[in-house]
Design a protein around this ligand. Structure first.
Ligand code: PLP
Length: 386
């Protein structure tokens, strides 16, 4: 296959052609500042209003409850720091051990500043320890921030049950839904979630735009201050093309959500069946847990994920590993470690994440070539049983 086979959609996605067409006029034709008094800028303000409605429609909320941000990381930072700052007398934060660094690092930095932090664990399937969460809820808790779905394993937490448990005690609840928006339905009208983060580039909008849902009445202080944009909740001249793209991408995501849960899920299952059948000593992580339809995390024992990725790359296949090379030593993913995946397998874990643009032909191409990659690396591995 002489084209790129892209199985790294949880890292970032292709901009949808319809999104590209929608944003194109906002660079050289409709470039006015939406805050300007003149009609030229004012019309852009109207179009932002439409994008806000499209985004709200995907989340099932009111447009006034959407604040556009620069990315998912900013939404997470704004939610956590903003909720904490609004309640100076409460000094405890609860999160999970498997969050993305956009949440985990913020919480750990706050811990270093003197907050008490509780990190809730997961079981071997990556499911959250709900009992531990309940035990940690007390009057000192300012915020609970627990992700909706995990970016590495695809495990979906029972977010409504968690939100209800937290908010019924008068505690603010934030969820990082960066990996779920557009993949599984969200409906804030039927939900107890107070704050929810999403990111444009994970759902076929451009990079550099995100959104934070803030339920009406939620106590939160603005994270970026300055001008009056976003109803005084996020200062800074709007990334107009990004916002227009986010709106269009949300509209498309809403239309495609069934495809995601049928065709994309079937492709994911086909990938897992073929890879596990054709390669030895490998398994799908979190297979028994509720998972996103597009994500598969496969452990190949006794080999390095980085080596697999390099060889797949030579075949034009893009995937990712949970490991990160830090200060010369290879650290296995904090998510797989929290699940207790053995060291010999956590190092050789590969995430394949699909989108509506993937095809069965691409899955078959991977399945045809990956057995030889695994076999070759096992032959070279000093740890593999020979
Ligand atoms: N949260 C999760 C679960 C993610 O997967 C990511 C990105 O990988 C982020 C937050 C950060 O989003 P962004 O890249 O838009 O800052």
């Amino acid at each position: 296959m002489n084209k790129t086979v892209y199985f790294d959609n949880n890292a970032t996605t292709k901009v949808a052609p319809e999104v590209l067409a929608a944003i194109e006029p906002y660079f050289c034709e409709l470039y006015g500042n939406p805050s300007s008094m003149h009609t030229f800028g004012g019309q852009v303000g109207h179009n932002i209003r439409d994008a806000r409605q499209q985004t709200a429609d995907l989340l099932g909320c009111e447009p006034e409850e959407i604040v556009f941000t620069g990315c998912g990381t900013e939404s997470d930072n704004a939610a956590i720091k903003g909720a904490i700052a609004a309640q100076p007398n409460k000094r405890k934060i609860i999160t999970s051990r498997v969050e993305h660094p956009a949440v985990l690092q913020v919480c750990r930095d706050l811990e270093a500043e003197g907050y008490t932090l509780a990190e809730i664990g997961v079981d071997s399937q990556g499911s959250l320890d709900i009992d531990q969460l309940e035990e940690e809820l007390d009057e000192s808790v300012a915020l609970v921030t627990i992700m909706h779905a995990n970016n590495e394993t695809g495990v979906v937490f029972p977010i409504e049950q968690i939100a209800e448990m937290v908010t019924s005690r008068g505690i603010i609840f934030h969820t990082d839904a960066v990996q779920t928006a557009g993949k599984i339905p969200l409906d804030m009208k039927e939900s107890s979630i107070d704050l929810l983060s999403i990111s444009g580039h994970k759902l076929h909008a451009p990079k550099g735009v995100g959104a934070l849902y803030i339920r009406k009445g939620t106590r939160i202080k603005p994270f970026i201050v300055g001008g009056h944009q976003e109803a005084n909740r996020r200062a800074g001249t709007e990334n107009v093309p990004g916002i227009i793209g986010m709106g269009k991408a949300c509209e498309l995501a809403k239309d495609n959500i069934e495809d995601e849960n049928t065709r994309v899920k079937d492709l994911r299952d086909r990938l897992e069946q073929q890879v596990v059948a054709k390669c030895s000593n490998c398994w799908v992580n979190s297979k028994e847990a509720p998972r996103l339809p597009n994500t598969s995390n496969i452990s190949f024992e006794y080999i390095e994920g980085e080596a697999i990725l390099l060889m797949l790359d030579q075949l034009g296949i893009c995937a990712s590993s949970g490991s990160a090379c830090t200060s010369g030593s290879l650290e296995p993913s904090h998510v797989l470690r929290a699940m207790g995946v053995p060291f010999t397998a956590a190092h050789g874990s590969i995430r394949f994440s699909l989108s509506r643009y993937n095809t069965a032909e691409e899955i078959d191409y991977l399945a045809e070539h990956i057995p030889a990659v695994i076999e070759k690396l096992r032959e070279l591995s000093p740890f593999a049983k020979k």
